[in-house]
Design a protein around this ligand. Structure first.
Ligand code: SF4
Length: 172
């Protein structure tokens, strides 16, 4: 059941968080460990029954795209073929695989994990900016693994609806 407890909307200024994160992480890669919060918060809210509240009210990355990209975006619609569940699942699997592979190659110490998180956050951020310039400003959100992960958790575990509903099938 959806949790009705209000999540404060901070998207008008939360882009400052991601900018601060990148500045600090460039100075010292160990700050990259805070990437865990960015990745974990949408999942946490979804498990708590808030659905994709992180995306609509909190996300610093989404806030950045929404704040700065509309001025330079070409505003093309994202091709329909990119918005399929297959593509979203593919990006999610790619992210998890890349993270796992880098941990195997680089090591699993604090600094190594923080550096991996920083790099993944930064690369996906650049891809998001590129997509936001070519397509609509928040196009990255259409394929974002964290947003998709939060949606899957909400759908499969929290607000689970029966795949087959006799009532619905009779009405269709
Ligand atoms: S889809 Fe991803 S980038 Fe977009 S608002 Fe949600 S978590 Fe942030």
């Amino acid at each position: 059941m959806r949790n009705t407890k209000k999540i404060k909307n901070i998207q008008s200024w939360s882009y400052i968080i991601i900018m601060g994160f990148f500045v600090l992480s460039f100075i010292d890669h160990r700050f990259g460990i805070f990437g865990l919060m960015c990745m974990g918060h949408p999942i946490y809210l979804s498990f708590k029954g808030h659905g994709k509240a992180h995306c609509s009210k909190v996300c610093p990355r989404g806030s950045f795209f929404g704040k700065f990209l509309p001025k330079i975006s070409l505003n093309n619609p994202l091709p329909k073929s990119w918005r399929t569940t297959k593509v979203k699942n593919g990006v999610l699997i790619l992210m998890i695989s890349a993270f796992t592979a880098m941990m195997i190659l680089k090591g699993r110490g604090f600094t190594e994990i923080a550096t991996i998180l920083f790099r993944m956050m930064f690369i996906s951020f650049l891809i998001g900016i590129l997509m936001g310039i070519i397509f609509k400003p928040r196009s990255w959100c259409q394929i974002c693994p964290m947003g998709h992960g939060a949606h899957l958790i909400d759908q499969k575990f929290v607000n689970k609806e029966p795949e087959y509903s006799p009532v619905n099938s009779q009405n269709s």
